[in-house]
Write a protein that binds this ligand. Sequence first.
Ligand code: CP
Ligand code: NVA
Length: 318
Amino acid sequence: MKNTKKKMIVKKLQRRDYLSVDDFSTNEIKSILRLTADMKAHSRRYRKSLDGKMMALIFEKPSLRTRTTFTVGIKQLGGDSLLLTPADINLGKRESVFDVAKNLERMVDGIMIRTFGHDICVSLAEHAGIPVINGLTDLEHPCQAMADIFTVIEHHKNLKNLKLSYIGDGNNVAHSLMLIAAKLGTTMFVGTPESHKPDQKILDRAREVAAETGATITWTADPTEAARDADMIYTDTWTSMGQEAELEARRQIFAPYQVNRELFSHAKPDALFMHCLPAHRGEEVTDEIIDSPNSVVFQEAENRLHAQKAIMFELLRD
Ligand code: CP
Ligand code: NVA
């Protein structure tokens, strides 16, 4: 488990990190998506493919889906995992990120980290000579985006011929979705209040990628414009983990962006409703939309398992 990351041939995914959607090229994302489909269809074929590999799962924020799908996913590939919470390692306080990286690279084969600052995730990856996977930071949620775009593909074969609309807070989930839409040539609308637009650097980068792939990434403050003729409407919580003190203010700011029957009526009749979960019913989405036949939220949750198995397989295999 030496630090071989920098010596690897660029085209190979082995020993690479997945901290941002932008870490993978369009072709690499497409190959992960093909593998995801195969793993979902033929799970048993891969049951020894990461035999004996150990993943450390660092969680500095709560989780249902990410924790469960990484734990179950590595096990289904023949490996195992151990959970490290703040009560165990207190990252950056009990011990520096550098020291944690230098310890773990000698003990495990890969690390998944869910934390606050994206710089913590980047620093861990820089110092650990083993693959690091971002399981959510304040800036990005790249595993979610992979599972979500796979879910879209399960419903629409042609990603280039649809309108994907994200409505709500310009947050980590929106950022990763914008980047993956840009990489795959999709038309995406992002409807957020002016005060909670996506990060300008991510918006610029997504548009730069879009110029090469034929995607378009449009920001608007008008939720109806975002929803109009959409093939899928995606939303996420208005108050992400770590922003709890802003809860009341955010409820006021985002009220016009609630995905409800009226807003959803502007989309195509067979539009899908998407959400990374956990949902705050009655806030960003109403029960009648999340519980409607158009909703694919639990399919997205299940697809976290398949997509992350594909990601772990590619990064950790010998
Ligand atoms: N969507 C998602 O990442 O869920 P958890 O926060 O429960 O892991
Ligand atoms: N934007 C949310 C996503 C949760 C999966 C958060 O960061 O809390």
